[in-house]
Design a protein around this ligand. Sequence first.
Ligand code: PEP
Ligand code: MG
Length: 909
Amino acid sequence: MKQRTIYSFGGGKADGRADMKELLGGKGANLAEMTNIGLPVPPGFTISTEVCNYFLKHHGSLPKDFKKNVLSALQKIERLTGKKFGDPKNPLLVSIRSGARASMPGMMDTILNLGLNDVTIQGLIGKTGNERFAYDSYRRLVQMYGDVVMGLKPVSKDDRDPFELIIERKKENRGTHNDTDLTAADLHDLVREFQAEIRHKLGKDFPQDPTEQLWGAIGAVFNSWMNDRAIAYRKLNDIPAHWGTAVNVQAMVFGNMGDDCGTGVAFTRNPATGENEFYGEFLFNAQGEDVVAGVRTPLAIHRLAERYPDIHKQLLKVRSILERHYRDMQDVEFTIEQGKLYMLQTRNGKRTGFAALRIAVDMVDERLIKPEEAVLRIEPEQLNQLLRPVFDYQEKTSAIGSGRMLAKGLNAGPGAATGRVVFNAADAEEWRHRGERVVLVRIETSPEDIKGMNAAEGILTARGGMTSHAALVGRQMGKVCVVGCGALNIDYPSRTMSVANRTVREGDYISIDGSTGEVIEGQLKTKPSDVVRILIEKETLSEPSPVFTMFTKLMQWSDKFRTLGIRTNADQPDQCEVAVAFGAEGIGLCRTEHMFFGGDRIDAVREMILADDETGRRRALAKLLPMQREDFVGIFRVMKERPVTIRTLDPPLHEFLPHTDKEIEQLSGKSGIPKEKILQRMSKMHEFNPMLGHRGCRLGIVYPEITEMQARAIFQAASIVKKEGIDIHPEIMIPLVGYINELQQQEQIVRRVAEEVCAEDDVKIKYLVGTMIELPRAAVTADEIATLAEFFSFGTNDLTQTTLGLSRDDSASFLPSYLEHGIFEQDPFQTLDRVGVGGLMKIAVTAGRKTRPALKIGICGEHGGDPKSIEFCASLNLNYVSCSPYRVPIARLAAAQSALKQARKRKSR
Ligand code: PEP
Ligand code: MG
């Protein structure tokens, strides 16, 4: 390894910078940056992510000279602190912490107080004169090292942590609930008991040699990059495995040396609501993990001012320096050692969708950032939270009035969740898998729980504060989350939780309100968000809605920056209304077959399918014509002058046939067709591979009268609405075309019918005829197809299916394995396979526009609502993306981000 692997910081100077996250991880890069801008950071060094990758690739061996370089970086810390690693009189203690490029809170491992042993402990006691503190530090080291490096952990899901059990036993013997009541002698005993437990369970000793501890800890942190929870977290957050983690080795400062010490975490703004207030929690006389693990419930940050007004003031100053320097909300960790403040970490803070929106909009108002940056700051998917339901106020009030309120905790993740109670993460996953909505209830959560947290509708914990693991991770996942609900008595073995004299069992329903912290027995109805109420329900709220105002601003900015058009996939007038309210500029896909299921239309459809000949089919189609016409009239009236792409019939016909015996009998009764004949016809229509069978334009080619009826319905509807004074723009789209001749045959029908209707009704209607590109052959012959097609729309659901040879209906059984093994990085039906499917799209765009330079091209597969795929579509210069109505705001934001990122790229070239 040629590159530098170690980057030191301390004494006001650092080798690294904030923009070196790839090498130093987020934590390391920001420790360097904070050092450089003069904030009080204990000295240390960062081992680069490349060493982690080397270590994992070479089965645990380290690059040449690495150990030598670490020891020399350690000497720098020794010089800056005046302490010595392993010194019996004045020992340097260090922390070993992971730190990846993207923050992965709590997923990897940390070891504190490294360098303590049975000898150096005496030096620490001598230096501090505080025996209790020294033994508390030592027992923490043995506990963390025993767990993380040596692997002494709970065995089954209902097991408790073996070290915590020993502590609990000790507290019971001493008749106390608080760690702080344990004496130096108790903690000394704990060290011995922990060491004995390690020896007993693992058959080896806790290492006394500080250097051995150091190599063990560094290796364990590297290995923790590959632990189950880190892998699961990366998968959920699309973090590639090849990034690796950096390791930070830093001089310890102690928050647990006495009552003039403490430790805390803070956000420079409120991470749940986005309010511009310093928001944090801390504990006196404690070490970092006490705050995050939720073992003790921390104090609000302003309480610090009561005892240490100077330190509080200093923190406020750090807050403002950091916000001005990073121009974003920061999440910081700090420690106070004997009245002196140290900063241990800063990073851009995770936040809810509400907070992301508010912080971005506020920072524009405060002139800290520009609207472009505000738009780039919000994850498109986070907008889901603004559209999420809340509890029906009346119902909740009456539930509380009738005594169903169980308890109140901290409102860590906004929104409303109702579900059945489960008490561990594995059950949450399992129950969710069988279709249950669950609320995961834990005393506290740990990183092991993330898959279960992801599966749950909501998360409820008895312990911990707003910065506990449950709160941080829940918020980031956009989960409804209530934490620190101390009144709950949770008993894992009996799978119950009780409050006063009431007991809730596993499987019972509860409702949690993540905006207020209320926990309520039973199910509660939910109600739409402000945005939905105002935009969709057209309600006038009695008070102004800040969320709505900010949402509107964000959407306006997005519209200003984006170049892609945004359309919607909608088949009914009510869906169109929702989409237009969310900002859709047209319909990108109206699947006409969905209309065939409404009311008793299905009878006429079945009659058509079962007809013996064209005459019979035309008779049935004549019944469908007025119904389809009405559908289109409804849609045109809502969409007005916006373009409406209507696709002719696409799915295999047998999808419309009855399935059960009862349905067949009913159909026979209604239509007068004997049951045997229906069965006979059904068996004749049976296909082994319907998705590649008689579907798409092949239907209209074999039965031209179907296309004819649909075209007639479209143009008659267009004529009606045109006469009402609306300038409508229908676009007729032919599905599953692979050969130009297919398109030509269908196009001729459409144009003939259009002419007939326009002549009959004496109207002029401007319309387009185009095709979907959903077969590889269509993509590679796009130049030829574009001689006829006036527009293309990528049907990427089918294009993915046909390019990958992967059934969209059957892949669920093996796709998870593909994802697990990293064969696919993403589900290709969710996020476009840029190389394969995207490669074909590129060919089609280039070839199509070569023939017809102004060719309008869109996408209407599910990928049209996926932010990453939208970015790809923008890079291909498509005209629009089309997605389901509730994803329209997400697509608007994603499109704006894509345009801004493209512009940045162009500028940097
Ligand atoms: C597609 O294939 O991407 C598409 C939009 O059509 P459907 O999903 O109806 O097959
Ligand atoms: Mg399709």
